[in-house]
Design a protein. Sequence first.
Length: 319
Amino acid sequence: MTDATATTPGGTTERTNHGLAEAVLESFVDVAVAAVGEDLRVLFANSAAEAFFGLSGDELLGQSILELQRSRGVAVTGLAAALGEARHGGAARFEVRLEREELHTTHDVSVRPLLEDGHPRGWVVVAVDISRRKAAEAGLRYRERQLTATLDAAVDPIVVLDDQGRISQCNDRFVQMIGAEGRLDAELGAERMMELLVEKLEDRDAFVARIDELNRTSDEHRSDVRTVDGRVYEHHSCPLVESDGPSGRVWTFRDVTERDRSERNRARMDSEARRAERLQSLEVLAGGIAHDFNNLLTGVLGHAEVAQLRLKPDHPVFA
């Protein structure tokens, strides 16, 4: 490809390159770009840089960046440190805070040297406003803390799993349930925590098979699981569903040991009551049969006595 600027005569090429560079820099509406000399005075600034300092281009040119902070009431926290680092190390990248009147913003600032014959003659300062990103990150951290506090406030053990079925988050109740109290979940690791859970259960194979099946669906599931120490938990598995499908699951374990014991005791008492009723029915039946049989025997014995009166004393019956 032919460079069109190389065919222009005289200084037209240099002017064209300069104009092109300015046009490119001016197109960065959200990126402040400024060139400063060795004395930190502004040599060039695009429109975004003018807005950064709240000055027009004519007012900004020739001004010292550090003096601007004092004379214009602009506080750019961290910029002096960034420039000082760049002076000694060549290039630097920092986050700085800009404070002017009611404006408070955070910028990602990179400083690179302007080299002439291999020697720095100034610096290019590029500042990108990352206030929205920082606010979003702060909001995300707040929601994470809120979620953690909510999980830890719950009385039931709760586990959050990712789309691979690995434990990504849990509360303290779950750590206590699997017998890992006093050890941080980060120290244990997700795989070890799952192993401890499975080791705690009576029917381990059935549980593993069930969760493998559920991880491939978006169905809810509720069942009871029993632990080797005699506890009974109601296990509820609820899917986390995104627009493109399941992205994980939330497990809760509610201790229903006392309820299970009460139900077992009630079932045993009901069984004993039904057995007692059956025995009582048998007693009544046996009594009725005995009464009817006695009536039959009474008639037989009566007839036998009458027949005996009619027999002679020397009858063989009396022998």
